[in-house]
Design a protein around this ligand. Sequence first.
Ligand code: ASP
Ligand code: MG
Length: 437
Amino acid sequence: MQVLKFGGTSVGSADRIKHVAQLLMNGGRKLVVLSAVAGTTNALAEICRELYNGNKESLEPSIGQLAEQYENLTSELYTEESAKNAALELVSNYFNNIRAFGLDMFTPFEEKAILAHGELISTGLLQLYLEEINTESTLISALDFMRIDQRNEPDEWYIKTNLSRILNQTDSKIIITQGFICRNHFGEIDNLKRGGSDYSASIIGAAIHTDEIQIWTDIDGMHNNDPRLVSNTRPIERLTFDEAAELAYFGAKILHPSSILPARKANIPVVLKNTLDPEKKGTIISNESSGNSIKAVAAKDEITAIKIKSDRMLLAHGFLRKVFEVFERHAVAIDMITTSEVAVSLTIDTKEDISNLLEELEFYGQVEVDTDQCIICVVGHFLQSEPGHAAKIMDSLKTIPLRMISYGGSKNNVSFLIQKEDKAEALLALNRGLFDL
Ligand code: ASP
Ligand code: MG
């Protein structure tokens, strides 16, 4: 059975939903993982924010506006009156649920339940559409098999057991389920964090040992540079799991960074495909490398750099451990590190208030903080036996002021920290220098 995940823009309008339905008609048995219609989860998150703030007056207009979008979508998508009515009823039931969650005390529990509605609605609408065009399908609820444990990690045994049981109960050729949503170990509705539908698809693919996990979006695969800032980018044909993980983490928005993990563990290729151009190859992410050494460039914004400078570091052991323990105590993840004999620089990308963390760090030395930084990450296969890559990268960046350089952490990544305002120029310079574009 194939696993295919369609993102929010792929189900973003009546035409796009019809198009997805066409893609599902051919070939063998399929498990389809859907995101919410583009913009819906953001709108639901905004509704939750209003509920937290107790903004009851602005609430009904916001809910009503979103509900109206779905009423319009419904009237465009279905032709038959019965299908239209069934869809309108589905939409109205879900929106009544959303309203009901806002009536009483508002806690993260209600918030997660509301956020789940985007995927509940999109999957319901696709199934009704397939029904209208006489294509048999089964809708299974991710809430019946997708679960995270106490550490917020997928509960593999639970997922596998329940998903297999549910799949054995149907012989439909098209099975639809929701991405993003799950239950937590209390059994409450939860989610895999924003953008988590890719992760759902990967967890599902690994659980059922599919041959291939397909992630369908509206771009022809992962590109070798940021298409929003650089005009002549091109899709990358092949990436290893490690390269794709680096790119996804460092800014390639097309794939959720966690989604590589389950696929890699189960050694199942992930293929990124374009719904608008299904014949195109897209990007294949697998264990196989294509050998081409520099594959892509990505950038991650809103980085904060912290430098801790201390004479005590000189020849002292245990200094770095003490510094890192401060970050551990504050549950702040570190991305990049560079050290010298008297100072250590590192980067974080949290938006939380870090004043307590900084106060603790001051105990160990002079602390300098630079916000609005950007990590530029060059991904590929950098073997020690093939010199020259670093020189080529550095040469391309010769006019850009560099704050940190990290090389050798893995054989797949060379990263630089620069000022946010130099980002576009750095990406362009690397495009010219590395890809002759
Ligand atoms: N709908 C969710 C979000 O917008 C999950 C996803 O689309 O992957 O974050
Ligand atoms: Mg996404």
